[in-house]
Design a protein around this ligand. Sequence first.
Ligand code: ZN
Length: 230
Amino acid sequence: MIKAIIDPGHAPGNANKGPTGYYEYQGVWKLSTYLKEILQAKGIQADFTRTWEQDPELYARGQKAAGYDLFISEHTNANDGKSRGTEVFYDYSKPQDKEFSEKLAGNVAAVMGNTNRGAKTRVYTESGKIYNYYGVIRGAAATDCKHILLIESGFHDNIQDEAFLKVDENLKKIAQAQAEVICNFLGIKEHWAEKHKLSLESKGIEINDDRYDDFMTRGEVFALLDRIVK
Ligand SMILES: [Zn+2]
């Protein structure tokens, strides 16, 4: 089974916020929860680095990546209020994750309507050795985890990005956009029936279920026929 661990970036009490009421710890918690649900529906084991109340130290959060195929830390960015866009940091020692990171940033930027700021690494040197700058990435890089990413889905101090992040349905869209790229890079094949489900949903038929291979009962067949036979 493919295993992913999601790190909801900040805990309650964290001060990072937007100009009109968005709090990063709340936004990334919701986003992480949506992502977890989507990945689980795809048959991936998805876990969190922390509970709602817990606030583990950054390096320790990263170390929870041991035994997982993917570690992803969820954040929203802040700068000068003018910057917009989505960027993904990856472990500098895994250059093969550059493409993964670029696609991830691009897919999220597309749904947010902001700029793809691309794949990035950030490092520092100490006693001649190179280390990842971000504690969570550094901690995860000390484990056997295959893919280690930190995503900044938009800038919460930008009024346009913040407006998008304040809507739960939009956070769901971001999670969906992340999940598409994650499944692709982790080799999860799309079920043949998924396109039919999406097509029905685009026609306004709500289907809150991904159990494509479960049987229907005779009663459900009658209900279905009754709905479609005019
Ligand atoms: Zn953050």
